[in-house]
Unconditional design. Structure first.
Lengths: 84, 695
């Protein structure tokens, strides 16, 4: 039981952290889009780059990292599925 | 199923689809050779659509099945990568394929709400729902609500909401199918709808989820190839770089520079633009005056205006040497004169909107929330973020997407499969903004400033096909095209890209086939969701729990037919404003499902009363807001905090969350069995005998 609770807490912490990144990349950058357009990334105004490409890459990394890290956690806590 | 069998299955699939992809490319090459040999375009179009549709049908027939698990969840052995492709095709609709680039062309930065919203939602799917739903391992989304909250009430509300949002969405898809088929084969729209319907049915009728999955993978390959080829070509043409996503930053700078020139009345080109804008300003004043006179005079004013036109026409005809062009113009004006007060009001309001847009300076493509004053800009920002949130949460609540994650072999594969889904989806969504900028560059540099006597061939070709997609009129009679003289419909951007890039007709046919694949695959997934929900949740779980499997499948298949014919019938009536329906589906799903699903997994204390109150109040708030604010319903109440009706979910979601929480806290905690079920969903290795699938 102890182990399960720890696993679940780790999962919640990971989920919370990744959702925070998701929120900042989407809504905080979006809120300040007008202020952030003055500097340039790869030829794009920063806010345009974020909305058209940057956010998408961040989402991909978040989802990929979650799958990788949870797989690790599953093994650490012996939570892998048995053959169904 | 054992691991070696699964990995063998996976490598077999990879081989099949590699051969398939090679075959598709070979087919395109073969058709372009046929084109060189002088085969007419129309025939090429027919071959293209015919071959791809029969391919999907072939896969559908090969995947026929009479096994329940195969029919509902493709046997739960779809490898993560292929489930990702199928989800991608399921997800990307006709609106994404054909409409998105145009929306981005027309609204610049503000259109990127769709790009972020339709991808970022997968973070929520991955982190909050997919692995847990997979572990739960039943067949539908109402299934989860029924098991988690107990009793048929939560399940019934789930069924109602699932059908409501899937049905509004499927109508938009069938509409897209009808449009593409009729445009590229010359068949009537109604016939196109039923032809498309036939091809949707052969894919899903015999094999359910299994057939839909494997056709969707095939459809994904066609749609992504069709999307990328013309954009890559256009990118090479303008930048010499075959990676449009990397190259268009530079093109965007040039577009911005052009915008500045055209907005600056001190430059010769800017002066000509200003001239055209001044003409539109005059028209604006006269159209507004007409609208005002109409409100005062009503039908009498219309009759008087009409009499004036007839008088002018007769005067012209009476002259012995009248200009024939002027007579034709006067006759056209009389023929187009609105028939009654409502028609006149609508036509003139639209005219005022056009005049307003055309008489103001060009809005910079890359500028977020552009507006003349702080209030407008804040308003746009608010609506942008609200729309992004509704689209994201809606993504994570649409049943036809969530259902796909029941089909993977394990929780681990379900997590990976969201990653693959997002990767395959992002490939298109990251390309669309590039296409919009490249097309804009073409229009701003090559079309603007060219002479009316020698317009680029794609302009005259599309102007001849459909005036709402492309029209250029010499407003200030200087013989040169100004930006304000060009009217472009959003759908044109994707449809005309092959011609703008100077590619052969085969690529145009390929784009049509890609659009068709996008619409068909989404329609497949949605119809199956509706039919499965009705047959599994309503018939099997509520009406006859002892029904044998054969009867369940027969019921499911007959319902699929009924739903399909009903949806096609509704579509052939051409209900107004399709785009609004699509947007509405997201807000509805976000308000109805998301709070109950997420809290059901992350909060053990959530119970039946909470779920019922939360879902009903969330959905109710969302529907009520749409009803009172959307012009279609005619109530026209003032907006709350200036939020547009498309983002009604922004009110429905919090109400839904509060409903679940309050409703749960004022009633007793859920039973031990239900709490055990939540544990079962949370820990991948935990088994629960009462929840093990029964077939």
């Amino acid at each position: 039981m102890e182990k399960q609770q720890q696993y679940w807490r780790q999962n919640l912490r990971l989920t919370g952290a990744l959702l925070a990144v998701w929120f900042v990349a989407t809504f905080v950058v979006g809120w300040f889009a007008r202020e952030l357009q003055s500097f340039t990334v790869l030829g794009f105004p920063f806010s345009f780059f974020m909305a058209a490409q940057g956010a998408l890459l961040i989402y991909l990394i978040l989802v990929g990292y979650y799958a990788y890290r949870m797989d690790q956690l599953d093994r650490e806590y012996g939570m892998q599925e048995t053959d169904l | 199923m054992g691991a070696p069998v699964q990995s063998q299955f996976f490598s077999q699939l990879k081989r099949y689809y590699a051969i398939y992809t090679g075959g598709v490319i070979g087919f395109i090459v073969m058709l372009s050779i046929l084109e060189q040999m002088g085969v007419p375009n129309k025939v090429l179009g027919y071959i293209f659509l015919g071959v791809t549709v029969s391919l999907y049908a072939g896969i559908g027939i090969l995947s026929r099945t009479s096994d329940v698990a195969e029919y509902y969840v493709a046997g739960r052995r779809v490898p993560a990568m292929f489930n990702g492709m199928a989800t991608g095709a399921d997800w990307m609709s006709a609106a994404s394929f054909i409409g998105l680039a145009g929306t981005l062309y027309l609204s610049g930065y503000d259109g990127l709400a769709f790009v972020m919203g339709w991808t970022g939602g997968y973070c929520l799917v991955a982190l909050l729902l997919a692995p847990y739903l997979r572990k739960f391992g039943h067949y539908t989304i109402p299934d989860f609500l029924g098991a988690r909250y107990g009793g048929s009430l939560p399940r019934s509300i789930g069924v109602f909401a699932a059908i409501l949002c899937s049905f509004t969405y499927v109508i938009a898809q069938i509409y897209g199918v009808g449009l593409i088929v009729s445009r590229f084969t010359g068949l009537d729209f109604g016939v196109g709808v039923f032809v498309g319907l036939g091809s949707i049915l052969v894919c899903s009728f015999l094999g359910g989820m299994r057939a839909v999955t494997w056709t969707q993978v095939a459809q994904y390959v066609i749609l992504i190839v069709a999307y990328l080829i013309p954009v890559i070509w256009l990118s090479v043409k303008h930048t010499g770089n075959p990676v449009p996503q990397a190259a268009y930053g530079y093109v965007l700078q040039q577009v911005t520079a052009r915008e500045n020139v055209l907005n600056d009345a001190a430059t010769p080109e800017g002066a000509r633009e200003a001239e055209v804008r001044a003409i539109f300003k005059e028209r604006l004043a006269s159209d507004e005056a007409k609208l005002k006179a109409l409100e005062i005079g009503g039908a009498n004013y219309l009759v008087a205006e009409r009499a004036k036109l007839i008088h002018v026409l007769e005067g012209l005809k009476a002259q012995p040497h009248a200009d024939p062009k002027a007579i034709i113009e006067a006759e056209r004006e009389l023929a187009e004169f609105p028939k009654d007060v409502t028609a006149a009001r609508n036509a003139w309001r639209a005219a005022v909107e056009t005049d307003k847009a055309k008489s103001s300076p060009i809005i910079a493509h890359a500028e977020p929330f552009a507006g003349p004053d702080e209030e407008t800009r804040d308003n746009k920002r608010k609506n942008f973020l609200a729309l992004v949130l509704c689209l994201m949460v809606g993504t994570a609540a649409l049943p036809h997407i969530l259902m796909r994650f029941y089909t993977t072999p394990s929780v681990k594969e379900a997590r990976m499969s969201v990653f693959w889904s997002l990767l395959f989806i992002s490939l298109l969504y990251i390309t669309a903004p590039a296409l919009a900028v490249l097309a804009k560059y073409d229009v701003y540099t090559l079309l603007v400033g060219s002479s009316f006597s020698e317009l680029p061939s794609w302009v005259s070709a599309w102007a001849a096909v459909d005036k709402t997609l492309m029209s250029v009129t010499d407003i200030n009679k200087d013989g040169i095209v100004q930006l304000a003289e060009i009217t472009i419909g959003g759908d044109l951007i994707m449809l005309a890209t092959p011609e703008i890039a100077g590619l052969p007709y085969v690529v145009t046919a390929l784009v049509a086939a890609g659009g068709l694949a996008a619409a068909l695959s989404t329609a497949d997934g949605l119809m199956l969701t509706i039919a499965n929900t009705l047959s599994h949740d309503v018939y099997y779980k509520m009406i006859d729990p002892r029904a044998p499997t054969t009867r369940r499948l027969i019921i499911s298949k007959s319902l699929l037919l009924v739903v399909a014919v009903f949806a096609a019938y509704i579509t052939s009536l051409k209900p107004g404003d399709i785009l609004f329906l699509v947007g509405a589906a997201f807000s509805l799903a976000a308000s109805a499902f998301f709070p109950a699903l997420a809290l059901g997994i992350f909060w053990k204390r959530a119970n039946k009363a909470g779920a019922v109150i939360g879902m009903v109040s969330g959905l109710g708030t969302c529907m009520a807001y749409m009803f009172i604010t959307y012009p279609f319903f005619g109530v026209n109440a003032p907006l709350w905090w200036d939020i547009n009706p498309i983002s009604a979910g922004i009110f429905g979601m919090p109400v839904g969350f509060i409903g679940v929480i309050v409703g749960s806290l004022i009633t007793a905690a859920p039973s031990k069995e239900i709490q055990a079920m939540v544990d079962h969903v949370r820990y991948p290795n935990m088994r629960l005998d009462s929840f093990v699938e029964k077939n």
